[in-house]
Design a protein around this ligand. Sequence first.
Ligand SMILES: Nc1nc2c(ncn2[C@@H]2O[C@H](COP(=O)(O)OP(=O)(O)OP(=O)(O)O)[C@@H](O)[C@H]2O)c(=O)[nH]1
Ligand SMILES: *[C@@H]1O[C@H](CO)[C@@H](O)[C@H](O)[C@H]1NC(C)=O
Ligand SMILES: *[C@@H]1O[C@H](CO)[C@@H](O)[C@H](O)[C@H]1NC(C)=O
Ligand SMILES: *[C@@H]1O[C@H](CO)[C@@H](O)[C@H](O)[C@H]1NC(C)=O
Length: 417
Amino acid sequence: MKYQLLYLICVFIKCYVLADDFCYSDNSECEQKINRYLLYDVNPPEGFNLRLDVYMRLSILAHKMWRSSNPALNRFKLVLPPWSQLVHWEYTETPEYIPWGYYFDLESLKRFAPVIEMYEFFNEYPNKYSRVTIDEVYTLQHFEDMFETGNFEDRMELKNKCKEDLSFFLYSNITANKYYCLSYHGPATKLSQLFLNTTASSILINHAEVSLHEHFGGKVYWQARRSLRYSKELVDVAAKFRKEHLDSDDENDKTVLPGNWEDEKPGRRAVGGPYLAIHLRRRDFLRFRVKESPSLKSVAEQVSTVLIRLNFDTVYVATDASVKEFENLSSLLKKYKVKTFTPSEAFLSKYKDGGAAIVDQIICSHARYFIGTHQSTFTYRIEERREILGFDERSTFNSFCSNGGQCPETSVWKIVY
Ligand SMILES: Nc1nc2c(ncn2[C@@H]2O[C@H](COP(=O)(O)OP(=O)(O)OP(=O)(O)O)[C@@H](O)[C@H]2O)c(=O)[nH]1
Ligand SMILES: *[C@@H]1O[C@H](CO)[C@@H](O)[C@H](O)[C@H]1NC(C)=O
Ligand SMILES: *[C@@H]1O[C@H](CO)[C@@H](O)[C@H](O)[C@H]1NC(C)=O
Ligand SMILES: *[C@@H]1O[C@H](CO)[C@@H](O)[C@H](O)[C@H]1NC(C)=O
């Protein structure tokens, strides 16, 4: 009887409020109902595509905890930090919190790791006067002595003082009970050791980018990447553009994938649409990589050479260049059809710059041949997508050469199943 009463309370007020008195008994059924939440944030200046890489590190941690038999770990949900005020995106005065569902197929992500959106966390987690209190915050930082001592072993150490102040993804209605600084070197998956030491039901990892990949490019990495499918709406926008402007569709291009990423099979059968696609990273890259960045004239020459070799007349350009620069490049490529995706006002007001970037990435992923920008994470995400679609790797891992004809060695990260 007592148990039922508790159970009712458990349903109406949220269960975890009672968790402490309730679940230390060996009532495993109850234990399963109680969630723990793992939140994370990334260094503010990091761009969209590096953030996706950090997501992969954390989702692999969440995936492994989920599959663990340890009840302290397998109840964790990973809370997805909304997209807001990224440095490269057009600045908005009041932050807008774009949920992951706008960009990604959440059902697909959830087949890999137990993820939830931030707004779902706000709905599920107990709050007091519309304020949420997180139990423990860990701000990761690099070991200061790492390079001096040459000690690159995995280790973690709680410190009293943080090098930096805290921010909670711009939310003013989130506070925390306990703050720790954690000098950290090792893969994100090692963080689970920390979670075994605490009964906190919500934990925030700040500067999650300090944690590393366990096996970059390994099988689990690629599972995480394959689960990270783009949202149907954005895929549809890209498909419409491919059909109308590039004579490209999945049937003809041999890029049809099964509905569920878990059913994907290895193989390199993709042909791709009859166009060359390029990703030309400009802006900050021009400033910081002066020698490596080709002039537009050189870009046009390199594009022209490949178009002649492929016997194509169409190039799709994905770039963060200014309109002026783009027009300049187009005029240098007058002989050819130069295509680019120009989002409508309505599209931009909903999906922002991130949506346009993803449409660009999808269109580049489906081209017969691709040339990217050396060391741009934007380019890496396209290369990965082409690996998943099953292109011959020689059509994917190509980067622009510099003006002097110096061509960078493109790292080849082949898919592993
Ligand atoms: N639409 C569009 N946007 C782009 C393109 N290249 C860069 N961007 C924008 O510039 C931002 C910065 O590029 P990211 O690759 O995300 O930034 P990053 O994670 O710092 O990675 P790097 O490219 O390595 O700097 C992207 O998020 C986009 O908003 C492009 O080809 N098309
Ligand atoms: C906290 O603020 C955000 C942004 O304004 C809002 O979406 C969220 O619902 C708020 N959380 C609570 C518990 O009121
Ligand atoms: C867990 O707690 C024990 C005992 O306090 C401590 O020795 C150990 O270093 C802690 N481990 C982690 C990963 O924090
Ligand atoms: C356009 O190209 C010309 C010739 O390469 C160059 O001199 C000029 O500065 C370029 N303008 C822009 C806006 O890039």
